[in-house]
Design a protein. Structure first.
Length: 428
């Protein structure tokens, strides 16, 4: 067993990467482990799936992010188990590493809520692999529909939260602009996007005003809303809704929710809502000294005791805060309870249309101003100058000239079959 590291961080997402960088800046010896050799920017995955930006805009090699931090070692490996008592992790290759402190920041996995057929037939949108699989499927669907005049083309998006709304909006705009321009108006007229959720309105976490604006914009661009009705079954050829409605569809996008992955289930830590770990105010796991759980893997509370949502900003700030507490652990200081700076929420609906509720006071913006804020905020949050430049050019290209940013490399129509189109998935 190797013990040359002071801290092991599992997961180089928003939370883990931020923690590792902060610790590296202080000279702490960190082993940063991720299944992938890249960091992915999840907020823009729906744009990859809908060909608005390329993969290279939303991914950045982890080694490039920490290249100047000499005390941080990056390991590309899938962690198979964690031993919270010994602050140790074992990879699928059987290598074990331990350290003084263990940080678990492995994100989440899609939650299909035991919906029959969903795991087999619906396509989630949580990783770059998911996004490219979905993008390939959508493009192949259009290529095929182009050869089948008169046949309706329906795509169902399950989940009316920000991811579902953004995906449905982007698909509808693609039909309006890209399909009309690059295929034919006849094909565009046959395409329909459905957005389904069991809650009565889209964007449940937003204000009524933002919900009303979003509903009106989605209706305007042709998204068919099925609100207040759940999906009871997903099949290879469509979905059934709780009211008996059948929607034929070869592609069902799952943006219905998240839960903790298997790594946490096997950790022995007590799991709370969504299988996540209810961490203490200082972000440590209860009953496991020297173990921190961050980001989407944790239920984190703010100073008032309210649970914070699974957001990039929560994960990033928790990563930063944990790094400070870990440094205090190492240097004999005192840990401080996490304080979250609430920056609000945003969701993009389409070209010139978005909603934003900014800051603790929830300053509400809708329309072009919110759209511009969304672009600027996401540009600022993207990791890496090259990535920012690529995203900016793709947006200019797409929003002004309606050109798709991405081509499909490889894949066949069988890519629509979930079992054949996906790359290796980390065993979370
Ligand atoms: C489609 C989508 C859109 C979103 N849009 C927004 C938005 O607009 N604004 C916002 O604030 N938030 C948004 N979010 C939420 C935000 O992306 C997450 O809250 C954030 O990524 C959580 O960060 P994290 O570090 O906890 O996990 P992640 O970013 O998921 O990172 C987890 C890392 O752990 C690695 N990992 C997992 N298991 C293992 C293992 N066993 N071994 C090794 N490595 C492992 C993964 O490869 C990954 O790199 C969105 C999420 C999604 C899915």
């Amino acid at each position: 067993m190797e013990d040359t590291y002071q801290v092991i961080v599992v997961g180089a997402g928003f939370a883990g990467l931020t923690a590792a960088k902060e610790l590296g800046r202080k000279g702490v010896r960190v082993l940063l482990i991720d299944s992938n050799n890249y960091h992915q920017f999840q907020p823009l995955l729906y744009q990859v799936a809908t060909s608005q930006i390329g993969v290279s805009a939303v991914t950045r090699p982890i080694r490039s992010v920490v290249r100047r931090l000499r005390s941080v070692r990056v390991l590309t490996a899938d962690v198979a188990s964690v031993d919270v008592g010994n602050h140790a992790v074992t990879t699928v290759d059987g290598e074990t590493f331990s350290a003084q402190i263990l940080v678990i920041a492995v994100g989440a996995v899609p939650n299909f809520f035991n919906t029959p057929g969903a795991e087999d037939h619906a396509l989630p949108l949580y990783s770059v692999t998911d996004a490219t699989t979905l993008g390939t499927g959508l493009t192949r669907l259009l290529d095929r529909a182009d050869r089948e005049p008169g046949v309706p083309v329906d795509v169902v998006v399950v989940g009316g939260g920000p991811t579902g709304v953004e995906t449905a909006g982007a698909l509808a705009e693609n039909i309006k602009f890209v399909v009309t321009k690059y295929f034919s108006p006849e094909l565009a007229a046959r395409c329909r996007v459905h957005l389904v959720d069991m809650v009565p309105s889209v964007l449940a976490m937003f204000s009524l005003k933002s919900q009303a604006y979003t509903t009106q914009r989605l209706n305007k661009i042709g998204v068919q809303l099925h609100m207040g009705v759940g999906v009871t079954e997903v099949r290879a050829d469509g979905v059934t809704l709780a009211d008996g409605t059948e929607i034929p569809s070869r592609i069902v996008v799952w943006a219905g929710g998240l839960k903790a992955g298997n790594l946490l289930a096997g950790s022995g830590l007590p799991q709370g809502k969504g299988g996540r770990i209810d961490v203490r105010p200082d972000l440590t796991a209860p009953g496991a000294e020297g173990v921190y759980v961050l980001g989407d893997a944790a239920n984190i509370t703010d100073a008032s005791g309210a649970k914070l949502p699974q957001l990039g900003s929560v994960a990033q700030q928790a990563g930063n805060w944990a790094a400070r507490n870990i440094y205090a652990d190492i240097t004999g200081g005192t840990r401080q309870p996490f304080h979250y700076t609430d920056k609000g929420y945003m969701a993009m609906i389409g070209r010139g249309a978005a909603v934003a509720e900014l800051g603790r006071k929830r300053l509400q913006l809708q329309g072009p101003l919110a759209f511009l804020s969304w672009l600027l905020v996401h540009l600022a949050l993207l990791s890496g100058t090259q990535q920012k430049v690529r995203a900016l050019f793709s947006w200019l290209n797409g929003y002004i000239f309606h050109s798709p940013a991405q081509v499909v490399v490889g894949g066949t129509e069988r890519g629509l079959d979930k079992g054949t189109g996906r790359g290796p998935q980390p065993g979370r």
